[in-house]
Design a protein around this ligand. Sequence first.
Ligand code: G3H
Ligand code: 13P
Ligand code: ZN
Length: 303
Amino acid sequence: MKQVRMLKKAMKEGYIVPAFNFANFEILRGILSVAKELNSPIILQVSESAMNYFSDELLSGIVQAIRKIRHPISIHLDHGKTLNVVKRAIRLGFDSVMIDGSILPYEKNVKLTKSVVDYAHSKGVSVEGELGVLAVSNDDGLLSDGERFTSPKQAKEFVAMTGVDSLAVSIGTNHGVNKYVGEPKIRYDILKKIEKEIPNIPIVLHGASLIEAKCIEDINHFGGKIDKAIGNENLLKNAYKTHISKINMDTDFRLAFTSAVRKYMSENPDKYNPRDYGNAGIEAVKECAKFRIVSICKSNNRA
Ligand code: G3H
Ligand code: 13P
Ligand code: ZN
């Protein structure tokens, strides 16, 4: 199903389409089996660095295999930075792409995004753009609210000028394990204003991993060292009631996989077959996906 249709259906019916990145084959296996088991639509995301990790040759085979599965699955380029990488993803068979010009000056973001929309739409591919900066600081120090958060008025103009199908916004979340400085907070007040300006455009929330304390504890207990991990699962529990129609999670799956593999290896020092600890990782990914689909996205039985 074309991604934009998936997102508009979710927005209308009050749930969120989970958009989960797969950094390796095991994470893909875990996510896919849970999406089918729970009858949830799913967006499988690949970043440029993940594309390089898989290699185009093998990834195109994976994409073709996924496209044969009878289930609402969209294969999406995450954080494409150039028209060239967008073209590469479309060649590989992706049905949707993100062009992320969010760190560019506004006019350049508009220009780049519009060029991607013109190209992708001519190939029947949906486009997600991004406006606002998902970071709490840059080289000059902490960013002000005005520098970070998406301006609702500008969002309206951006959508009109570029023709994007969905818009990623900055309302307080961040990528990676350290999500918040000070009190964790998502600016639903800004989101409301954005929704008023672009009522028909599905909103995408990046940096939405929950960063469960137990997972971090396990990683550190079994020999890892992850400092200052800050997330908050309560902040997202009503997100499905808003126009957020796609929620991006990657870090949670990396953490779940890593903690299970560390635990398995520590408890089974004699094992050296990657499929043994790989299976432990897949099981952890499944648990991670189940909770997020059922409790955050409410997308089970919506396929
Ligand atoms: O938002 C970024 C994603 O988590 C992708 O990260 O480039 O390390 O695959 P990556
Ligand atoms: P997390 O780092 O919170 O998983 O965010 C992932 C993401 O936004 C991918 O685009
Ligand atoms: Zn992201």
